[in-house]
Design a protein. Structure first.
Length: 167
């Protein structure tokens, strides 16, 4: 998918082709989830909310993370892409997750992510982890009080989530 994104950025493929590729990848994730689902697995470690900042339209990374975390026993709730921040805040109050994961794919969505996290912080002390492709360019911002992960593996993410839950 990185190569597909690069081809799109270079103008070698159009947006429709890029979206078809993403839809195929999302379909494969769905098949993997159906084949690996274990509804009797009792090891639910926590309730995890996966979300993106308003304006973020990419969902493939979140779908991969959701699939992997489900296989590791997390009970996750994925709010899909580009949900308004106020709606996320209301959902957090209703769900009462143990941890919130914010995924950011594009650099242009870092500012909306900061706004979202500040809103989360104003109403809750639930641990927040930020991840995604945009993290390569994000510098620590002490005003948002979050855990930021860059270029880690999915296994690293699970360890990070477990550490954040223990705090």
């Amino acid at each position: 998918m990185y190569e597909v994104g690069d081809l799109w950025a270079q103008g070698k493929i159009d947006a429709a082709t890029e979206h078809v590729c993403s839809n195929i990848a999302n379909g494969l994730i769905k098949v993997i989830n159906e084949r690996t689902a274990n509804p009797t697995k009792p090891n639910l470690q926590c309730k995890l909310l996966i979300c993106t900042p308003e304006g973020e339209l990419h969902n493939l990374g979140c779908n991969v993370i959701e699939s992997f975390l489900l296989s590791k026993g997390f009970k996750d709730y994925y709010a899909s892409s580009s949900v308004p921040a106020d709606s996320i805040i209301r959902y957090i109050k209703d769900l009462q997750p143990d941890i919130i994961l914010v995924s950011i794919t594009l650099n242009e969505n870092i500012k909306p992510a900061r706004r979202l996290i500040r809103k989360i912080r104003s109403s809750s002390h639930i641990p927040v982890v930020i991840c995604g492709a945009a993290m390569k360019d994000l510098y620590a911002d002490s005003t948002i009080d979050t855990i930021i992960t860059r270029n880690g593996s999915l296994a690293d993410l699970v360890n990070l989530l477990n550490m954040a839950i223990k705090k």
